[in-house]
Design a protein. Structure first.
Ligand code: SAH
Length: 218
């Protein structure tokens, strides 16, 4: 069931305040800030947490998963250096919020989710909100070889290692942002410099739900 899709002045005011907070925390990509300022985040989270939608916090979205903290979404997106029409692969659609930020910035988004329940619910919400993307139920470790290469790849679950398949699906000149590690992760940015050369940059530590293999089958 989809929440009531209402987006009020109060929600807009709270969003403007959140954007101000992100600027103070160092986010300066105007397109990222504009997307976060326009997307009704309160519609992507569990109804019982609706009051907290515009705090800079992660929240449960059901099926044991979370919607990432706005700062994390903003930081990862800013590191991707998005250009209009970039072809972007997202691993871990979850609530669809991060994917919507990318769509709002003019990217062509391909997003994979491994949990059927979340996949179905999010598909319905994104359709209702009019955010257009290609959305797949599958295992993000494999990427989407039929649609590769991608200009940018964003992984939004904690990956125990950097999957080779994803590296191979990155265009030369492309950028991947991925949290790498088991319990805690290190936010890692990878640039593909040539067919066989990659440049790695590491940022601070973060905590994501784990990237699991295979499609969930209950
Ligand atoms: N980007 C999301 C954050 C979701 S949390 C948002 O904006 O809400 C991470 C998501 O990754 C969860 O939904 C989890 O089910 C999914 N996930 C974990 N391992 C995966 C895999 N191997 N392939 C695809 N999705 C995966």
């Amino acid at each position: 069931m989809i929440n009531n899709l209402e987006d009020t002045y109060r929600h807009k005011g709270l969003r403007a305040r959140l954007v101000g907070e992100l600027v103070q925390k160092g986010i300066n990509d105007k397109e990222v800030l504009n997307a976060i300022g326009s997307i009704p985040r309160h519609l992507f989270i569990d109804r019982s947490f609706i009051k907290f939608a515009y705090q800079d916090k992660a929240f449960p979205i059901g099926a044991g998963q979370t919607i990432s903290q706005p700062f994390t979404v903003a930081f990862q997106t800013q590191q991707l250096e998005i250009n209009k029409n970039d072809k972007v692969l997202e691993v871990g659609t979850g609530s669809g919020y991060q994917a919507s930020v990318l769509v709002c910035m003019g990217a062509r988004v391909f997003s994979i989710e491994r949990q059927p329940e979340l996949f179905t619910r999010t598909k319905e919400l994104l359709n209702a909100l009019g955010y257009r993307l290609r959305h797949f139920l599958g295992d993000g470790y494999k990427g989407l070889p039929n649609y590769a290469p991608f200009d940018k790849i964003i992984v939004t679950a904690g990956a125990p290692f950097i999957p080779k398949e994803l590296l191979s699906q990155l265009s030369v000149g492309g950028i991947m942002i991925i949290p790498v590690g088991d319990k805690k992760q290190v936010m890692t940015k990878i640039k593909r410099l040539s067919v066989d050369e990659f440049e790695k940059q590491e940022f601070g530590s973060c905590a994501f739900v784990p990237m699991l293999s295979g499609v969930e089958n209950k």
